[in-house]
Design a protein. Structure first.
Length: 398
């Protein structure tokens, strides 16, 4: 079986969250099961030069974006047995961040259309195109309405995976004519609740909808979790399935991880205590082996449970001898609250604002308990990584 994996971020090249992790490890895992999987992603300027240097220019094509015609360079990179294609257009992807631009709809409409246009050029006709989240949600709609009957495109199935239903790609109704470019009679496929909604289009047209855990597959049928999409998902529940994510055990391995101070494994984790001592040193906390370190590595937003933590943390500090270590950035109210807390209890709270991949690994390795009290979590990878590094995850449940 041949799979074309289309995604807006992929580790180790570029990532902003769990989606990039999954894109980095699932194709490798499929490969081990003899599924030929190639990955397509945008060529962002933020990709490190060392990877850009490994890319080989294949060719360029012209991609329609509604009434526009846009250049698309195709670059190939081979890594650990997987072939990656990076699609180049500096107008769309030479930006200081991967998302959050006024024209994200157009950027990812271009990307989605380009994925289909490159198929004859790369000489890889997939059995399945596997699309992820709203950024590649237009692909199933484009395929079913504009490509399925074309020569060279027959009998491809599309799978759409929802990693987070909160971000749907919602825009004004004029977007189809200006940017998406589906034939007028098919424009209704994207329309929902008075908007153009990319994710709704994928739910309607993909052959299969998956999400990243069985629990989340049930949750998104409920208005509390669905961000408005439950009616359409309930209609299509027959093709919805939850498949639990995993983590790449090679990527996250305390035995080989170069970002942690001391390597260890499940048989001999004496070095975990040494990582803990280093972590205490790093955050200027007393080097007390008996004080449990409770850690959080997360976006600092209420949804991730920071409001719950904020409500009880001071009492927790005053009634236990635990040390608290937090890495993340986000809403001002939490950044300032936890900064004040760290200033008030410097020997109990270590805080680092921002996101640093190597420090995150050090925290997994050096902590005893990993706090992840998200209000809802489609799957969550951090708790799995914490388990892999011997830090016990604590979550909240309804
Ligand atoms: C999103 C979800 C997270 C999930 C990840 C990978 O980031 O919020 O729960 O683990 O995607 O699927």
């Amino acid at each position: 079986m041949k799979v074309l994996f289309t995604v807006s971020e992929v580790k180790p090249f570029i990532a902003s969250g769990g989606l990039g992790d999954v894109a980095g490890s699932l194709p490798q895992a499929l490969r081990k099961r003899m599924v030929g999987c190639r990955v397509v992603a945008p060529l962002y300027s933020g990709i490190k030069q060392e990877y850009k240097d490994q890319m080989k220019y294949l060719t360029n094509i012209v991609v329609p974006v509604a009434w526009r015609r846009q250049y698309c360079g195709i670059f190939e990179l081979r890594k650990d047995g997987v072939i990656y294609y990076f699609l180049d257009n500096e107008y769309y992807f030479k930006r200081d961040s991967i998302y959050g631009h006024y024209d994200d709809a157009e950027r990812f409409a271009f990307f989605s259309r380009a994925v289909l246009e490159i198929i004859p050029v790369i000489d890889f006709k997939p059995d399945i195109i596997h699309c992820h989240d709203w950024q590649s949600a237009l692909i199933p709609a484009y395929y079913s309405k504009m490509y399925a009957q074309r020569e060279g495109y027959e009998n491809i199935k599309t799978v759409f995976t929802i990693h987070n239903i909160q971000y749907q790609g919602k825009y004004g109704l004029d977007l189809n004519k200006e940017v998406v470019g589906l034939p007028e009679q098919d424009a209704h496929i994207l329309e929902y609740d008075g908007c153009v909604n990319f994710m709704k289009g994928a739910i309607e047209t993909a052959n299969k909808i998956t999400t990243v855990s069985p629990t989340y597959a049930n949750e998104i049928l409920d208005p509390w979790f669905s961000h408005g999409l439950d009616p359409i998902l309930n209609q299509r529940a027959w093709k919805l399935q939850g498949i639990l994510n995993g983590i790449g055990y090679d990527m996250y391995n305390p035995e080989t991880d170069k970002d942690i101070w001391f390597n260890y494994n499940a048989e001999d984790f004496s070095a975990k205590a040494k990582n803990k001592a280093e972590l205490q040193k790093y955050f200027n906390l007393p080097e007390n082996p008996d004080a449990p370190i409770v850690a959080m590595v997360s976006r600092m937003v209420g949804h991730k449970g920071f409001d719950l933590v904020k409500a009880v943390i001071e009492e927790f500090i005053c009634t236990s001898d635990a040390q608290v270590v937090i890495l993340g950035s986000g809403e001002w109210q939490y950044e300032s609250f936890f900064s004040e807390l760290a200033a008030k209890y410097p020997d109990r709270v270590g805080l680092k604002l921002g996101f640093f991949v190597d420090l995150a690994q050090k925290i997994y390795a050096g902590s005893d308990i990993f706090l992840m009290p998200s209000k809802s979590e489609p799957c969550g990878l951090s708790q799995m990584i914490a388990l892999r590094y011997g830090s016990i995850p604590i979550i909240s449940s309804k």
